[in-house]
Every structure is written in structure tokens, then in C-alpha cells.
Design a protein around this ligand. Structure first.
Ligand code: GAR
Length: 188
């Protein structure tokens, strides 16, 4: 069975979905480490409640990205992680992590890439007035939201939707698509 390291900065609803899929036996793996750059994030509380190992760091207490990524790689190796699953990790992955886990880092982004890269993709799509947006799961490379696409699913922006409705619709798709896509990837 493959060991996943989940990286997250916030709420962790995608972490929940992955964790639940594992508990239900729909995803044949385990979460060996939860990494967060936000010590106060809800995802870290949830991970601890589940008894999972965590690595939490404050980027501001390091001189640069390389310095904290070296420690992350050490923690990943101690935890025997096979894949890095980014689930709302709001930080660009640097060369240190990319080289240590080449081809093993996966991200979920709340738009149909290459549209609406970067921060607040849901707000960007909503403000642009598009009628279709969606969810993308992709490999991570040195760019921002530029790596090879693994899976995508469209979400219709209904005329009645406010920004929050769109967020709900997108996250519902994320919570289904991420676990099934990871499972497919692990079986390859
Ligand atoms: C998710 O919607 C994810 O697609 C997005 O952050 C949210 C995290 O929610 N990621 C990005 O925007 C990456 N650029 P969660 O903490 O509830 O899983």
C-alpha cells in the first residue's frame, strides 16, 4: 500500500474527503504525514484528532524556501511517503521538493486550467462571468498551476449562483474527484 503525504494550509475539506475514502476502503493507501505551513490551520487539528503524524512549520522562521523544504523532505523520508498530495497548500513548491519527489507531486485546483491560475480561482471565474468552470487535478512542476493535467471535471455556473454557491458546487466535485483520481494513479 502506498503512503500519502497531504499538504494543506487551511480548512482541509479535501483532506477529509481523502481520509474518508481511505476509511471506506475506496482508496487503497494511507496518510503517513500531514504537512502544513499554517500552524493554526483547521487541517492540523483534524489530523491530530485522527492520530496522524504532522509536520507543521512557520515559513517566516526560515531564511528561504530551500531551508524549510529540506526539513520537509527529511520528515517525508522518515514517514516513508510515496506521493505528495497538495490539498489547498497555498505555496509554490520549490526545487528541493520537486527534485526529491519528481513526478510524485499532485495538486488540485478549483478551475479548468489553464484558465484562472493562482489565488482565488473560484472568485476569478465568478467575476469573469464564465458559464462553465470546474476542477483540475495535475502534476506539479516549477510553474504555478502549469503541470501535466491528470483529470478535469466541468462545473456549470447556474445563473442563480452567488460566489458561495459556486464554491460549494466546485468543492463537491473536488471531494469526489480527488480520491478517485488518486486511486487510479496509484494503480498505474
Ligand atoms: C480547494 O478548493 C483547492 O482546490 C484550492 O484550495 C481549496 C482548499 O480547500 N486550492 C488552490 O486554490 C490551489 N491553488 P480545503 O482546505 O477545504 O481542502
Amino acid at each position: 500500500t502506498k503512503h500519502l503525504a497531504v499538504f494543506a494550509s487551511g480548512t482541509g475539506s479535501n483532506f477529509d474527503a481523502i481520509q474518508q475514502a481511505i476509511e471506506e476502503g475506496a482508496l487503497d493507501s494511507d496518510i503517513t504525514l500531514v504537512v502544513s505551513d499554517v500552524p493554526t490551520s483547521a487541517v492540523i487539528d483534524k489530523a491530530k484528532q485522527k492520530g496522524l503524524k504532522t509536520f507543521v512549520f512557520n515559513p517566516q522562521s526560515y531564511p528561504n524556501k530551500r531551508a524549510f523544504e529540506i526539513e520537509i523532505v527529511e520528515a517525508l523520508q522518515r514517514a516513508d511517503a510515496d506521493y505528495i498530495i497538495l490539498a489547498g497548500y497555498m505555496r509554490l513548491i520549490g526545487a528541493t521538493l520537486l527534485h526529491a519527489y519528481e513526478g510524485k507531486i499532485v495538486n488540485i485546483h478549483p478551475s479548468l486550467l489553464p484558465s484562472f491560475k493562482g489565488l482565488d480561482a473560484i472568485g476569478q471565474a465568478f467575476d469573469a462571468g464564465v458559464k462553465i468552470t470546474g476542477v483540475t487535478i495535475h502534476y506539479v512542476d516549477e510553474g504555478m498551476d502549469t503541470g501535466r493535467i491528470i483529470a478535469q471535471e466541468a462545473v456549470k455556473v447556474e445563473d442563480t449562483y452567488g460566489r458561495d454557491d459556486l464554491q460549494r458546487a466546485i468543492q463537491a466535485v473536488e471531494h469526489r474527484l480527488y480520491p478517485t483520481t488518486i486511486q487510479t494513479l496509484l494503480k498505474q
